[in-house]
Design a protein around this ligand. Sequence first.
Ligand SMILES: [Zn+2]
Length: 478
Amino acid sequence: MNSRGAMHHWFACPSAPRGACDLKTSAVGRLATSAQPFTFASVDLKPDDPLRLGNLFISRRYFSLMLIKNVSILESGQLLPGRDILIEEGKIAKMGSDLCNVSDDDEVIDGRGKLAIPGLINGHTHLAMTLLRGYADDMELMPWLQEKIWPLEAKITEEDVSWGVKLGCLEQIRFGITCYNDMYYFPDTAAKASKEMGLRAFISGVVFDMKPELLGQVEPFIRRWQGDELITPAVGPHAAYTCSEETLLKAKEIADRHDAMIHIHLSETSEEVDDFVLSKGKSPVEYLDSLGLLNSRLAAVHCVWLSLEDCRLLAERKANVVSCTVSNLKLTSGIAPLNTMMKANVNVCLGTDGASSNNNLSLFEEMKTTAIVQKNAYHTPAAFSAEQVWRLATENAARAFRLNMGLRPGSLADLVLIDLQKPWFCPQTNIISHLVYSMTGGVDTTIVNGKVLMREGVIPGEAEIMEKAQERFLRLTS
Ligand SMILES: [Zn+2]
């Protein structure tokens, strides 16, 4: 067994020229007929090492080969049907139009009538808050937090977080999200639950001064999860108004030491910005900059109330902004100046925020709302196009989280198949427009790290997770 628990096997081509059997350089179709699988017990080679044995050229491969056949992809916004995607060891190994599976052990997915897209990235959430969905709606932000959310969160246990995270993972899998950036309590529990569900995640334990013990737990958490193939640990100071200067500097020190991301709420409400300007003579963005926190490893969430100088600073320092339009609208925090930020070259991506302020985890809904709201805020439908908002949830998010995403060889095999046989994709004209403005469902298959998490709308274990989440909610509110 190899380190991932999968038996590897070999295939051999008698007297084949060097490289002829290599999946990366040969037509896979030919291998299906010429290759004879057999097993060697104890030769220690890296997956792609070639080996000469007498006149046999042998290349090593694993059972984890997957082939998506006859799927459509988007190229420069145009629909290209009949493409094959070969996935090996969590990466896209090859793309073409005539690829075949190598052996009967390989997983083959029929992509006819489906569109493959890179998985969406949810730039901000508090996944365990799915348990609080619908619990306290339609309230002002501070009474909502102080009277409803915080008292309930005081009762939250690790078991609650585990089932809340699993529920949130289910929902994200159904909405075509393959990676998310989370901030909440019990990060180890969240990471473990998320890993069981198979999603890629950036997880930061929340840090704020009302619970000073949380700061000391950050670095051991990072050490425990650093190097994991799905979980990337990060540092999560809650906000500049809930963390002292000393806490923020310590958070930065830890993040710098581990090349980790910092995940923080920033300039969410006008009150927050007014308080900073009055007490420190600086905006929250300028304040974070004065502490050295603005850099390419920063995910600054919300950024609703920014000055032009704030936009310029965020761009210059290459900080990433995660906009959560639906949450900002629901809590009436305001509308982020995305068009201005993008004109200033700020890297903007999208997040859903927690399910208690959204109340779902759909980036499709987030995209549509963002585009429509920006058009109104800038008084012109041209302020934000479908293509622009699509980039926020894909390319820009991949840049923010330093992920090699995209449908091309070498990219992470984090992708989603969408059923095009739905009324909202008809007529098949501008598919990006349909994805942003029309789509109300149809995510068929979600694949992360080369593993299928949902196939044709079925996620194994879903019913049990929802049952447990319901039980945890009843316990919390009893
Ligand atoms: Zn948040």
